[in-house]
Design a protein around this ligand. Sequence first.
Ligand code: CP
Length: 318
Amino acid sequence: MNSPLSQVDAAGRLRHLVTLDGLPRTLLEELLARAETYASGPARTDALRGVTVANLFGEPSTRTRASFELAALRQGAEVVNLDNALSSRAKGETLLDTVYTLRALRVEVFVMRDGEPGVQEQVARAVDGEAAVVSAGEAHLSHPTQGLLDALTIRQAKGALDRVSVAIVGDIARSRVARSAHRALATLGVADIRIVAPRAMMPEAAEFAGARRFESLAEGIAGVDVVMMLRIQHERAGGGPVDLPAYHREFGLTAARLAGASPRAIVMHPGPMNRGVEIDAEVADGAQSVIRRQVANGLAVRMAVLAQVAETLRARAP
Ligand code: CP
């Protein structure tokens, strides 16, 4: 069995970002502080001048893909975008051969989304010491930059995270967003994390350590500071067909239901949203929504992560 991938070097610098699991709070704080400067200031740097970044997306994406590309371009990188389904992988080439081809073209940062668990780690091990891998979403398991941007958005709205209560609502079992949000928030000291879902969408008991579980939306969001809604992940295995009108009746966030949270609660959603299913349009577009702020913060967080892994690569260069 392989030893765990070392995402951090001996000096504590970020080498790869495949998962938030195991990363220290100090490193997450450092990434958020850097992202905050990009979110609030002129968002152009030279941190990636001379670096080539490849975006390898094996699953659809709008927000993550666009923001990773902009995050690289705004820091001076050269960028290549490969849709795995259209690239040589579809002709039988292994993903590792595609990666070695891109390494021969001097790609140094691989931004990867894939529906197969373990792909990012496999590539990170293959290029370790020469190039960095940054996950843009791994199956149902992990979406680390989403977890960071969610934490940044909550911190901007609510200040110190240790006094915040957060309810994550929806298809938790199949959600990489929920897993990475939980990991980020738990590492950053949020004591009150709740997961709210129908029984069929609850994760295994061993997951989401420390989070309280609710099968009632009203009970789960009562008095909370943050309501994070999730899409139903129909495209992933597990779970049967969902009766959408019934789901909306029980778990859809309406203005009336939101009134049960704190009066100053913020509403989050990673996108893409299904209006009228997990969230009503008047809530998604309402005064408590920070959904577009999340998208903007995605760019800032991805700039910070790319800058950090590029700095680590430079520090290792002979
Ligand atoms: N939140 C998120 O990952 O959105 P995309 O699938 O559009 O990238």
